[in-house]
Design a protein around this ligand. Structure first.
Ligand SMILES: NC(=O)C1=CN([C@@H]2O[C@H](COP(=O)(O)OP(=O)(O)OC[C@H]3O[C@@H](n4cnc5c(N)ncnc54)[C@H](O)[C@@H]3O)[C@@H](O)[C@H]2O)[C@@H](O)CC1
Ligand SMILES: [K+]
Length: 508
């Protein structure tokens, strides 16, 4: 599913209008129909529209007319003088008046308060600001947003909740908290990132007739269920365990044997044909053959951590189809050398997580020039150590950070967060839409490492393994949360969820 920035959306509109000859008013009418359809079921007691000075307001004026002509009581406030309306919004204003509608021009906060006081309508519609938002909201618009957020009837947002930055999802001053957002033609990146995503409520993407081939090369996307299903490795009837790869996980240390088990469960529930855990030998009695499906290999260790193990690991990796390194590894000065040896001396697809990333941060230059896929799965703190950005700056612009690092070092970056983003070396970006706050708990990332390593081992490219892995991991957490809730959800609960998600994606 395509995702556009406001700038790309403007270009798309312009191409549809100027190159294809779509009249702008036709697009606005189609947008208004989609908005009307979302408002209608809630408008038994009438609909109150708050419209701004641009085309977002124009959509609202058009939807108000459509509902009025259906016999629905509507009241419309316009937060500018009608004389200042331009183009299609102006045309919609005149149409509304000619069809018997009335528009109250609101010049100040007192007029707004008088208009809104005791409003009888059962739904409010936010058409104040759309993708044209270009500065912090203040004054009359802030008062209107404050009123929408302070009252009890549901709010439907037109295109994007007013005050949400359409690119980064930031709140510019203040923003509408909507129950539902009807967005046009494509998702906007600001609706995929927090806090914008949360302010939007349920999101509906409405087709407004713009040909899909315009900007079909847009680098941003979000996996729908169908997109994810198309990426799942297919399984032929005449296949065997060797057909689905042999994944290796280099993981675990004294006190963190559980990370190995969690990661192993992730890989085993994601279709790997075979799995070998490579661990400090002292952990083997602790694991006690659990999980039974995994083979175990003891690596040299020091103080409970893998140490001096490069040669042993390299020979054990012969014949493996993917390697994941990091879960529960602990910090050891020798890990950097282990990672460097694997990067330089094997062409096995590789995932690096957790303390593997902290070791890599010593010199990410060792990533350069590797032909086989490398997937990094940092959280913002690990990302900061890797790239030198401040955590605060990463949180402000996770896409910019992930894209820059992926392009610079030729790897796939899966930057974790409430909205995980995955960037490819070529500049493609997937926003992950699955997952929930219950997954913000220890061990969740270990499971993800296992999932992605298993997918790499089954032949998926780095970018597809990371984005499918992220989708499936989040969806498994969502299934588990339905049973366990957010507070009681543990990383182990996600293992069975993974199996169910793969079954659904495979049409079973
Ligand atoms: N052909 C098109 O371009 C289409 C546009 N559509 C709608 O048009 C919207 C974009 O329209 P516009 O580009 O006119 O932009 P907006 O309607 O989002 O708003 C732009 C106006 O708001 C003002 N403004 C920006 N930030 C403000 C702030 N913080 N406080 C107060 N005023 C502020 C600007 O100066 C400008 O006058 C979309 O979100 C969508 O709803 C749809 O009708 C579909 C077709
Ligand atoms: K809006």
């Amino acid at each position: 599913m395509r995702v556009l920035t406001p700038e790309l959306m403007r270009q798309t509109d312009r191409t549809a209008i100027e190159d294809y000859g779509f009249p702008g008013l036709v697009l606005m009418e189609k947008a208004a129909m989609a908005l009307r359809d979302a408002v209608r079921p809630l408008a038994q007691g009438g609909a109150l529209f708050l419209c701004g000075s641009g085309n977002n307001g124009g959509d609202g004026l058009a939807a108000a007319r459509m509902l009025l002509l259906e016999g629905c009581p509507v009241r419309v406030a316009l937060l500018t003088s009608a004389g200042k309306l331009k183009g299609d919004a102006r045309a919609e204003y005149e149409l509304l008046l000619r069809c018997g509608g009335a528009v109250r021009e609101i010049a100040d906060e007192a007029a707004l308060a008088a208009f809104c006081a005791g409003a009888p309508e059962s739904v409010a519609v936010d058409c104040l600001l759309g993708t044209g938002l270009d500065r912090a909201v203040s004054g009359l618009y802030a008062a209107a947003i404050g009123w929408l957020n302070g009252q009890h009837r549901p709010v439907i947002a037109c295109d994007i909740p007013s005050g949400v930055d359409g690119r980064l999802g930031h709140i510019l001053g203040c923003a509408v908290r909507a129950q539902k957002t009807v967005t046009f033609h494509a998702l906007k990146s600001g609706l995929c990132l927090y806090p914008g995503r949360e302010y939007a409520g349920e999101i509906v993407v409405a087709d407004i007739g713009i040909p899909p081939q315009i900007h079909s090369d847009c680098p941003y996307e979000q996996l729908s269920f169908e997109d994810a299903a198309a990426l799942v490795p297919k399984r032929a009837r005449d296949s065997h365990k060797g057909s689905y790869g042999h994944a290796a996980l280099i993981c675990g240390s004294a006190g963190m044997a559980g990370a190995a088990r969690l990661s192993a469960g992730g890989a085993l529930r994601s279709g790997t044909g075979l799995l070998t855990l490579m661990l400090p030998g002292s952990l083997l009695p602790l694991l006690n053959g659990d999980p039974p499906e995994a083979m175990c290999l003891a690596l040299p260790e020091k103080d409970g951590r893998i140490h001096g193990a490069a040669q042993a690991a390299l020979s054990a990796l012969a014949g493996k189809s993917a390697v994941g390194i990091g879960p529960g590894l602990g910090k050891d000065c020798d890990h950097f050398s282990l990672i460097r040896h694997i990067l330089e001396q094997t062409d096995i697809p590789m995932l690096i997580d957790a303390d593997g990333l902290n070791a890599l941060a010593q010199d990410p230059d060792i990533l350069r020039g590797r032909a086989a896929p490398v997937v990094l799965t940092p959280h913002p703190g690990e990302m900061a150590r890797l790239c030198g950005w401040k955590v605060q700056d990463i949180l402000q612009d996770p896409v910019g950070c992930a894209v820059e690092f992926a392009a610079r070092w030729g790897c796939v970056v899966l930057l974790k967060g409430s909205a995980t983003v995955i960037a490819s070396p070529e500049g493609r970006v997937t926003f992950n839409a699955t997952g929930n706050p219950g997954m913000a708990a220890g061990g969740s990332g270990d499971v993800l490492s296992g999932v992605i390593t298993a997918l790499l081992g089954q032949g998926l490219g780095g970018y597809d393994a990371a984005r499918l892995g992220s989708y499936v991991h989040g969806a498994a957490g969502d299934l588990a949360a339905r049973e366990m809730g957010y507070h009681g959800l543990t990383a182990s609960d996600m293992h069975k969820g993974l199996a169910r998600v793969f079954a659904r994606l495979s049409g079973l």
